[in-house]
Design a binder for this molecule. Structure first.
Ligand code: NAD
Length: 354
Protein backbone atom coordinates (compact mmCIF):
# COMPACT_ATOMS: atom_id res chain seq x y z
CA UNK A 1 0.00 0.00 0.00
CA UNK A 2 2.98 2.32 -0.08
CA UNK A 3 2.23 5.66 -1.72
CA UNK A 4 5.08 7.88 -2.83
CA UNK A 5 3.21 11.11 -2.04
CA UNK A 6 0.27 11.85 0.19
CA UNK A 7 -1.36 14.32 2.56
CA UNK A 8 -2.96 13.00 5.77
CA UNK A 9 -5.28 14.90 8.12
CA UNK A 10 -6.23 13.51 11.52
CA UNK A 11 -8.74 15.05 13.93
CA UNK A 12 -7.83 15.59 17.60
CA UNK A 13 -10.30 13.23 19.25
CA UNK A 14 -10.10 11.61 22.68
CA UNK A 15 -11.35 8.02 22.48
CA UNK A 16 -12.00 5.79 25.49
CA UNK A 17 -12.77 2.16 24.89
CA UNK A 18 -14.02 -0.70 27.05
CA UNK A 19 -17.00 -2.40 28.69
CA UNK A 20 -18.55 0.03 31.20
CA UNK A 21 -16.57 3.05 29.95
CA UNK A 22 -19.82 5.04 29.76
CA UNK A 23 -19.61 5.44 33.53
CA UNK A 24 -16.70 7.86 33.00
CA UNK A 25 -19.10 10.39 31.48
CA UNK A 26 -19.02 12.85 34.42
CA UNK A 27 -15.22 12.82 34.35
CA UNK A 28 -15.28 13.58 30.61
CA UNK A 29 -17.75 16.47 31.01
CA UNK A 30 -15.48 18.00 33.67
CA UNK A 31 -12.36 17.38 31.58
CA UNK A 32 -13.94 19.55 28.87
CA UNK A 33 -14.35 22.31 31.48
CA UNK A 34 -18.13 22.00 31.14
CA UNK A 35 -20.78 21.96 33.88
CA UNK A 36 -24.12 21.49 32.15
CA UNK A 37 -24.55 18.74 29.55
CA UNK A 38 -27.60 18.48 27.33
CA UNK A 39 -28.09 14.75 26.76
CA UNK A 40 -29.49 13.75 23.36
CA UNK A 41 -31.20 10.57 22.16
CA UNK A 42 -33.95 9.30 19.87
CA UNK A 43 -37.41 8.79 21.43
CA UNK A 44 -36.65 5.02 21.35
CA UNK A 45 -33.52 5.48 23.49
CA UNK A 46 -34.87 8.07 25.93
CA UNK A 47 -34.61 5.65 28.88
CA UNK A 48 -30.86 5.27 28.23
CA UNK A 49 -30.48 9.07 28.06
CA UNK A 50 -32.37 9.48 31.36
CA UNK A 51 -30.06 6.91 32.99
CA UNK A 52 -27.07 8.98 31.88
CA UNK A 53 -28.71 12.14 33.26
CA UNK A 54 -29.34 10.46 36.62
CA UNK A 55 -25.76 9.21 36.72
CA UNK A 56 -24.15 12.63 36.15
CA UNK A 57 -26.62 14.42 38.48
CA UNK A 58 -26.01 18.17 38.60
CA UNK A 59 -23.80 18.00 35.48
CA UNK A 60 -26.93 17.29 33.38
CA UNK A 61 -28.77 20.33 32.01
CA UNK A 62 -31.56 18.12 30.66
CA UNK A 63 -32.53 15.42 28.17
CA UNK A 64 -33.68 16.16 24.62
CA UNK A 65 -35.01 12.88 23.18
CA UNK A 66 -36.24 13.92 19.73
CA UNK A 67 -33.34 12.98 17.46
CA UNK A 68 -34.50 11.43 14.21
CA UNK A 69 -33.16 10.14 10.86
CA UNK A 70 -31.60 12.64 8.40
CA UNK A 71 -31.21 15.47 10.99
CA UNK A 72 -34.17 17.71 10.05
CA UNK A 73 -33.35 21.39 10.65
CA UNK A 74 -36.71 21.84 12.44
CA UNK A 75 -35.61 19.38 15.17
CA UNK A 76 -32.22 21.11 15.44
CA UNK A 77 -33.98 24.46 15.95
CA UNK A 78 -36.10 22.99 18.73
CA UNK A 79 -32.96 21.57 20.36
CA UNK A 80 -31.22 24.97 20.11
CA UNK A 81 -34.11 26.51 22.05
CA UNK A 82 -33.53 23.84 24.71
CA UNK A 83 -29.78 24.61 24.75
CA UNK A 84 -30.56 28.29 25.39
CA UNK A 85 -33.26 27.58 27.98
CA UNK A 86 -31.10 25.19 30.01
CA UNK A 87 -27.80 27.08 29.63
CA UNK A 88 -26.14 23.88 28.35
CA UNK A 89 -22.39 24.18 27.78
CA UNK A 90 -21.76 20.77 26.23
CA UNK A 91 -23.58 18.02 24.35
CA UNK A 92 -23.70 14.32 25.16
CA UNK A 93 -25.11 12.21 22.29
CA UNK A 94 -26.19 8.70 23.26
CA UNK A 95 -27.17 6.63 20.22
CA UNK A 96 -26.52 5.94 16.55
CA UNK A 97 -25.88 8.23 13.60
CA UNK A 98 -29.20 10.04 13.95
CA UNK A 99 -28.48 11.20 17.51
CA UNK A 100 -24.86 12.04 16.72
CA UNK A 101 -26.14 14.01 13.72
CA UNK A 102 -28.32 16.17 15.97
CA UNK A 103 -25.36 16.80 18.33
CA UNK A 104 -23.22 17.82 15.35
CA UNK A 105 -25.94 20.13 14.02
CA UNK A 106 -26.05 21.89 17.42
CA UNK A 107 -22.24 22.09 17.58
CA UNK A 108 -22.10 23.52 14.06
CA UNK A 109 -24.31 26.41 15.18
CA UNK A 110 -22.96 26.92 18.73
CA UNK A 111 -19.44 25.39 18.75
CA UNK A 112 -20.38 23.55 21.97
CA UNK A 113 -18.09 20.56 22.67
CA UNK A 114 -19.54 17.09 22.09
CA UNK A 115 -19.17 13.76 23.85
CA UNK A 116 -20.57 10.85 21.84
CA UNK A 117 -21.52 7.46 23.27
CA UNK A 118 -22.17 5.37 20.12
CA UNK A 119 -24.69 2.53 20.17
CA UNK A 120 -24.47 1.51 16.49
CA UNK A 121 -21.59 1.03 14.03
CA UNK A 122 -22.47 4.00 11.77
CA UNK A 123 -19.23 5.80 12.69
CA UNK A 124 -20.54 9.37 12.50
CA UNK A 125 -18.79 10.19 15.80
CA UNK A 126 -15.42 9.82 14.03
CA UNK A 127 -16.12 12.34 11.23
CA UNK A 128 -16.37 16.12 10.71
CA UNK A 129 -19.32 15.47 8.34
CA UNK A 130 -22.90 16.63 8.93
CA UNK A 131 -25.88 15.69 6.75
CA UNK A 132 -29.07 17.70 7.32
CA UNK A 133 -32.51 17.91 5.72
CA UNK A 134 -34.68 20.94 5.08
CA UNK A 135 -37.84 20.90 2.95
CA UNK A 136 -37.11 17.31 1.93
CA UNK A 137 -33.63 18.18 0.62
CA UNK A 138 -30.57 16.53 2.20
CA UNK A 139 -27.30 18.46 2.10
CA UNK A 140 -23.92 17.50 3.49
CA UNK A 141 -21.15 19.69 4.87
CA UNK A 142 -17.69 19.08 6.32
CA UNK A 143 -16.43 21.42 9.03
CA UNK A 144 -14.06 21.15 12.03
CA UNK A 145 -16.68 22.36 14.59
CA UNK A 146 -18.79 19.35 13.67
CA UNK A 147 -16.16 16.78 14.77
CA UNK A 148 -16.95 15.48 18.29
CA UNK A 149 -14.16 15.99 20.83
CA UNK A 150 -14.72 12.88 22.95
CA UNK A 151 -15.95 9.36 22.14
CA UNK A 152 -16.78 6.66 24.70
CA UNK A 153 -17.01 3.25 23.00
CA UNK A 154 -18.75 0.95 25.47
CA UNK A 155 -19.30 -2.61 24.20
CA UNK A 156 -22.07 -3.15 26.77
CA UNK A 157 -24.23 -0.61 24.91
CA UNK A 158 -24.20 -2.46 21.58
CA UNK A 159 -25.38 -5.74 23.11
CA UNK A 160 -28.94 -4.35 22.83
CA UNK A 161 -28.59 -3.66 19.11
CA UNK A 162 -31.07 -6.04 17.45
CA UNK A 163 -29.56 -8.65 15.12
CA UNK A 164 -31.03 -7.07 11.95
CA UNK A 165 -29.61 -3.65 12.82
CA UNK A 166 -26.31 -5.24 13.88
CA UNK A 167 -25.65 -6.76 10.46
CA UNK A 168 -26.81 -3.79 8.40
CA UNK A 169 -24.99 -1.27 10.60
CA UNK A 170 -21.84 -3.38 10.28
CA UNK A 171 -22.09 -3.34 6.48
CA UNK A 172 -22.66 0.43 6.64
CA UNK A 173 -19.31 0.67 8.48
CA UNK A 174 -17.56 -1.74 6.10
CA UNK A 175 -18.73 0.46 3.21
CA UNK A 176 -16.72 3.43 4.55
CA UNK A 177 -13.59 1.26 4.61
CA UNK A 178 -14.17 -0.40 1.23
CA UNK A 179 -14.68 2.92 -0.59
CA UNK A 180 -11.75 4.38 1.37
CA UNK A 181 -9.43 1.81 -0.26
CA UNK A 182 -9.73 3.51 -3.66
CA UNK A 183 -10.34 7.12 -2.57
CA UNK A 184 -8.37 9.61 -4.65
CA UNK A 185 -7.15 11.33 -1.47
CA UNK A 186 -6.37 8.11 0.44
CA UNK A 187 -3.11 7.84 2.38
CA UNK A 188 -1.25 4.86 3.89
CA UNK A 189 -2.83 5.50 7.30
CA UNK A 190 -6.41 5.59 5.96
CA UNK A 191 -5.71 2.37 4.04
CA UNK A 192 -4.30 0.66 7.14
CA UNK A 193 -7.36 1.75 9.15
CA UNK A 194 -9.70 0.49 6.42
CA UNK A 195 -8.04 -2.93 6.24
CA UNK A 196 -7.95 -3.36 10.03
CA UNK A 197 -11.56 -2.14 10.35
CA UNK A 198 -12.82 -4.69 7.81
CA UNK A 199 -10.80 -7.47 9.45
CA UNK A 200 -12.34 -6.61 12.83
CA UNK A 201 -15.87 -7.01 11.44
CA UNK A 202 -15.08 -10.16 9.43
CA UNK A 203 -13.57 -11.71 12.53
CA UNK A 204 -16.06 -10.64 15.20
CA UNK A 205 -19.47 -10.57 13.48
CA UNK A 206 -19.98 -14.34 13.33
CA UNK A 207 -19.30 -14.54 17.09
CA UNK A 208 -21.68 -11.62 17.76
CA UNK A 209 -24.42 -13.39 15.83
CA UNK A 210 -23.89 -16.61 17.76
CA UNK A 211 -23.99 -14.71 21.06
CA UNK A 212 -25.13 -11.05 20.84
CA UNK A 213 -24.05 -10.54 24.46
CA UNK A 214 -20.41 -11.57 23.82
CA UNK A 215 -18.59 -8.45 25.04
CA UNK A 216 -15.25 -9.27 23.43
CA UNK A 217 -16.84 -9.79 20.02
CA UNK A 218 -19.08 -6.70 20.45
CA UNK A 219 -16.01 -4.72 21.48
CA UNK A 220 -14.18 -5.82 18.34
CA UNK A 221 -17.08 -4.71 16.15
CA UNK A 222 -17.09 -1.29 17.86
CA UNK A 223 -13.35 -1.11 17.26
CA UNK A 224 -14.10 -1.81 13.59
CA UNK A 225 -16.76 0.93 13.60
CA UNK A 226 -14.27 3.45 14.98
CA UNK A 227 -11.62 2.58 12.35
CA UNK A 228 -14.09 2.55 9.45
CA UNK A 229 -15.69 5.83 10.66
CA UNK A 230 -12.24 7.41 10.86
CA UNK A 231 -11.63 6.46 7.22
CA UNK A 232 -14.93 8.14 6.26
CA UNK A 233 -13.80 11.28 8.08
CA UNK A 234 -10.41 11.36 6.35
CA UNK A 235 -11.02 10.59 2.68
CA UNK A 236 -13.64 11.13 -0.03
CA UNK A 237 -16.29 8.56 -0.91
CA UNK A 238 -17.53 7.61 -4.41
CA UNK A 239 -20.29 5.70 -6.23
CA UNK A 240 -21.51 3.55 -3.35
CA UNK A 241 -22.09 6.46 -0.94
CA UNK A 242 -23.59 8.58 -3.74
CA UNK A 243 -26.16 5.89 -4.57
CA UNK A 244 -27.02 5.33 -0.89
CA UNK A 245 -27.38 9.09 -0.37
CA UNK A 246 -29.76 9.20 -3.36
CA UNK A 247 -31.83 6.20 -2.25
CA UNK A 248 -32.06 7.48 1.34
CA UNK A 249 -32.66 11.13 0.49
CA UNK A 250 -35.06 10.84 -2.45
CA UNK A 251 -36.78 7.49 -1.86
CA UNK A 252 -36.69 7.40 1.95
CA UNK A 253 -34.97 4.01 2.09
CA UNK A 254 -33.51 3.05 5.50
CA UNK A 255 -29.86 4.12 5.84
CA UNK A 256 -27.95 1.08 7.10
CA UNK A 257 -30.02 -1.49 5.15
CA UNK A 258 -29.49 0.42 1.90
CA UNK A 259 -25.73 0.31 2.48
CA UNK A 260 -25.99 -3.46 3.08
CA UNK A 261 -27.72 -4.13 -0.22
CA UNK A 262 -25.70 -1.75 -2.39
CA UNK A 263 -22.17 -2.43 -1.14
CA UNK A 264 -21.41 -5.71 -2.99
CA UNK A 265 -22.80 -4.21 -6.22
CA UNK A 266 -20.93 -0.91 -6.02
CA UNK A 267 -17.67 -2.64 -5.10
CA UNK A 268 -18.25 -5.26 -7.83
CA UNK A 269 -18.81 -2.40 -10.31
CA UNK A 270 -15.51 -0.73 -9.38
CA UNK A 271 -13.41 -3.88 -8.94
CA UNK A 272 -12.13 -4.13 -12.52
CA UNK A 273 -10.93 -0.50 -12.44
CA UNK A 274 -8.92 -0.86 -9.20
CA UNK A 275 -8.13 -4.59 -8.81
CA UNK A 276 -5.00 -4.02 -6.71
CA UNK A 277 -6.70 -1.77 -4.15
CA UNK A 278 -9.71 -4.09 -3.77
CA UNK A 279 -7.87 -7.45 -3.70
CA UNK A 280 -7.77 -7.25 0.10
CA UNK A 281 -11.61 -7.29 0.19
CA UNK A 282 -11.69 -10.73 -1.50
CA UNK A 283 -9.06 -11.91 0.99
CA UNK A 284 -10.77 -10.61 4.14
CA UNK A 285 -14.30 -11.69 3.19
CA UNK A 286 -13.10 -14.88 1.50
CA UNK A 287 -14.42 -14.85 -2.04
CA UNK A 288 -13.28 -15.13 -5.65
CA UNK A 289 -13.90 -11.40 -6.33
CA UNK A 290 -14.52 -8.37 -4.06
CA UNK A 291 -18.21 -8.11 -5.07
CA UNK A 292 -18.88 -11.84 -4.65
CA UNK A 293 -17.00 -11.96 -1.35
CA UNK A 294 -19.10 -9.12 0.10
CA UNK A 295 -22.34 -10.55 -1.32
CA UNK A 296 -21.69 -13.98 0.18
CA UNK A 297 -20.58 -12.49 3.51
CA UNK A 298 -23.78 -10.36 3.64
CA UNK A 299 -25.91 -13.45 2.82
CA UNK A 300 -24.12 -15.57 5.45
CA UNK A 301 -24.79 -13.03 8.19
CA UNK A 302 -28.43 -12.59 7.11
CA UNK A 303 -28.20 -9.01 5.80
CA UNK A 304 -30.79 -7.77 3.28
CA UNK A 305 -29.53 -8.29 -0.30
CA UNK A 306 -32.32 -6.86 -2.51
CA UNK A 307 -33.58 -3.28 -2.84
CA UNK A 308 -37.10 -4.56 -3.52
CA UNK A 309 -37.18 -5.92 0.04
CA UNK A 310 -36.52 -2.38 1.35
CA UNK A 311 -39.63 -0.93 -0.30
CA UNK A 312 -38.15 0.53 -3.51
CA UNK A 313 -40.42 0.20 -6.56
CA UNK A 314 -39.03 -1.10 -9.86
CA UNK A 315 -40.45 2.02 -11.52
CA UNK A 316 -38.13 4.15 -9.32
CA UNK A 317 -34.93 2.68 -10.79
CA UNK A 318 -34.81 5.03 -13.80
CA UNK A 319 -35.11 8.14 -11.64
CA UNK A 320 -32.64 6.77 -9.09
CA UNK A 321 -30.06 6.15 -11.87
CA UNK A 322 -30.58 9.68 -13.23
CA UNK A 323 -30.26 11.28 -9.79
CA UNK A 324 -27.15 9.29 -8.89
CA UNK A 325 -25.37 10.38 -12.09
CA UNK A 326 -26.77 13.93 -12.39
CA UNK A 327 -23.73 15.70 -10.91
CA UNK A 328 -20.22 14.64 -11.85
CA UNK A 329 -18.06 13.15 -9.09
CA UNK A 330 -14.92 11.08 -9.00
CA UNK A 331 -15.23 7.29 -9.16
CA UNK A 332 -12.55 4.75 -10.09
CA UNK A 333 -14.65 3.19 -12.89
CA UNK A 334 -16.21 5.54 -15.48
CA UNK A 335 -19.87 6.25 -14.75
CA UNK A 336 -22.79 6.34 -17.15
CA UNK A 337 -26.50 6.49 -16.46
CA UNK A 338 -26.95 3.12 -18.21
CA UNK A 339 -24.18 1.49 -16.19
CA UNK A 340 -25.65 2.69 -12.89
CA UNK A 341 -29.15 1.70 -14.03
CA UNK A 342 -27.90 -1.87 -14.67
CA UNK A 343 -26.16 -1.95 -11.29
CA UNK A 344 -29.36 -0.78 -9.58
CA UNK A 345 -31.33 -3.45 -11.44
CA UNK A 346 -29.02 -6.16 -10.09
CA UNK A 347 -29.31 -4.73 -6.57
CA UNK A 348 -33.08 -4.45 -6.89
CA UNK A 349 -33.41 -8.15 -7.69
CA UNK A 350 -30.65 -9.25 -5.29
CA UNK A 351 -28.50 -10.91 -7.98
CA UNK A 352 -24.95 -11.91 -7.15
CA UNK A 353 -22.53 -9.26 -8.48
CA UNK A 354 -19.45 -10.03 -10.60
P1 NAD B 1 -30.06 5.49 13.88
O1 NAD B 1 -29.19 6.34 14.71
O2 NAD B 1 -31.15 6.17 13.11
O3 NAD B 1 -30.68 4.33 14.77
C1 NAD B 1 -31.71 3.49 14.26
C2 NAD B 1 -32.66 3.08 15.38
O4 NAD B 1 -32.00 2.16 16.25
C3 NAD B 1 -33.09 4.26 16.26
O5 NAD B 1 -34.42 4.09 16.61
C4 NAD B 1 -32.20 4.13 17.47
O6 NAD B 1 -32.76 4.70 18.62
C5 NAD B 1 -32.08 2.62 17.59
N1 NAD B 1 -30.86 2.17 18.27
C6 NAD B 1 -29.61 2.65 18.10
N2 NAD B 1 -28.75 1.97 18.85
C7 NAD B 1 -29.45 1.02 19.53
C8 NAD B 1 -29.09 0.01 20.45
N3 NAD B 1 -27.83 -0.21 20.82
N4 NAD B 1 -30.07 -0.77 20.95
C9 NAD B 1 -31.35 -0.60 20.54
N5 NAD B 1 -31.75 0.34 19.66
C10 NAD B 1 -30.81 1.14 19.15
O7 NAD B 1 -29.22 4.63 12.80
P2 NAD B 1 -27.71 4.70 12.30
O8 NAD B 1 -27.64 3.76 11.17
O9 NAD B 1 -26.76 4.57 13.42
O10 NAD B 1 -27.54 6.19 11.76
C11 NAD B 1 -28.11 6.59 10.54
C12 NAD B 1 -27.96 8.09 10.34
O11 NAD B 1 -26.62 8.49 10.59
C13 NAD B 1 -28.30 8.53 8.93
O12 NAD B 1 -29.04 9.73 8.97
C14 NAD B 1 -26.93 8.78 8.32
O13 NAD B 1 -26.96 9.72 7.27
C15 NAD B 1 -26.14 9.25 9.49
N6 NAD B 1 -24.68 9.00 9.36
C16 NAD B 1 -23.87 10.08 9.31
C17 NAD B 1 -22.50 9.91 9.22
C18 NAD B 1 -21.60 11.12 9.19
O14 NAD B 1 -20.39 10.99 9.21
N7 NAD B 1 -22.16 12.32 9.17
C19 NAD B 1 -21.95 8.62 9.19
C20 NAD B 1 -22.81 7.52 9.24
C21 NAD B 1 -24.19 7.72 9.34
Amino acid sequence: YFQREFVANSAAVRVSFGPGVRHRIAEEIERLGAQRALILSTPQQEAAAQTFAAEVGALAAGVFAKATMHTPVSVTEEALTEVAATGADCIVSVGGGSTTGLGKAIAYRTDLPQIVVPTTYAGSEATPILGQTKDGLKTTLKSPEVQPEVILYDSELVTTLPVGMTVSSALNAIAHAAEGLYAQDRNPLSTALAVEGMRAFANALPAVLTDPGNLDARGETLYGAWLCGTVLGQVGMSLHHKICHTLGGSFDLPHAETHSVMLPHAIGFNAAAVPDQLAIVSEIFDGSSPGKALHDFASRIGAPTALKALGLQEADLDRAASLATKNAYWNPAPLSREGVRALLDDAYHGRQPE
